[in-house]
Design a protein around this ligand. Structure first.
Ligand SMILES: Cc1cc2nc3c(=O)[nH]c(=O)nc-3n(C[C@H](O)[C@H](O)[C@H](O)COP(=O)(O)O)c2cc1C
Length: 174
């Protein structure tokens, strides 16, 4: 798919068919994550690939309102930032801001790489970090930032509207 077409057509998918995502397809999605920019190329991200059903269920229970579609996806990637790594390079600004920006860039790359290959996903940010940590053995100092359920769509999600450029762009000054 052409890049702009992929960006324009992507939509969050919250209903998945049960069949597995082939390793090669998943590998391409993860690799796209690693191609994201990061502050000073620190690459402070860690991607935890979760396929075990029990762990997916626990993760879905760790989300706010128990978002069941997380458990229903055949594979879930939890995107984390290694705060020690980014903090060593950039101190407090690294821990507070670059950690989020770096992992967000990786997440968006993964969402697009998934969509390009016909795989649906949804950026899930509403979850209890402590419970996600416990469930996956994530140490203190590594922050889980996003949960990405991945699978072949069982729905046609439709595209959500966006504000027009006239509403979000300013010229020259705020
Ligand atoms: C930081 C962030 C957190 C989000 N958290 C959730 C979430 O917890 N659950 C959910 O269903 N969608 C979540 N979303 C997805 C948004 O609701 C979705 O991207 C938005 O409504 C636009 O729809 P679209 O992705 O289909 O264009 C999140 C998105 C972002 C960027």
């Amino acid at each position: 798919m052409e890049t702009l077409e992929c960006i324009r057509t992507r939509a969050s998918v919250r209903s998945f068919r049960p069949e597995a995502v082939p390793e090669a397809v998943l590998g391409t999605i993860l690799e796209a994550g690693t191609r994201a920019p990061s502050a000073g190329n620190t690459q402070d991200w860690v991607f935890i690939v979760v396929k075990e059903q029990e762990a997916r269920k626990l993760l879905s229970e760790a989300t706010t309102y128990g978002q069941a579609f997380v458990a229903a996806a055949p594979v879930v990637v939890v995107v984390c930032s290694d705060l020690g790594k980014i903090g060593k390079a950039y101190g407090q600004r690294g821990r507070d801001l670059y950690s989020i920006q770096d992992t967000a860039a990786a997440v968006q790359n993964m969402l697009l790489a998934a969509w390009d290959q016909g795989v649906g996903s949804c950026w899930v940010g509403a979850f209890d970090e402590r419970r996600a940590r416990e469930c996956l053995g994530i140490p203190e100092g590594v922050r889980p930032v996003a949960i990405l359920p991945l699978g072949y769509p069982a729905e046609n999600p439709g595209r959500r509207g966006r504000l027009g450029l006239e509403e979000v762009c300013r010229q020259e000054r705020y």
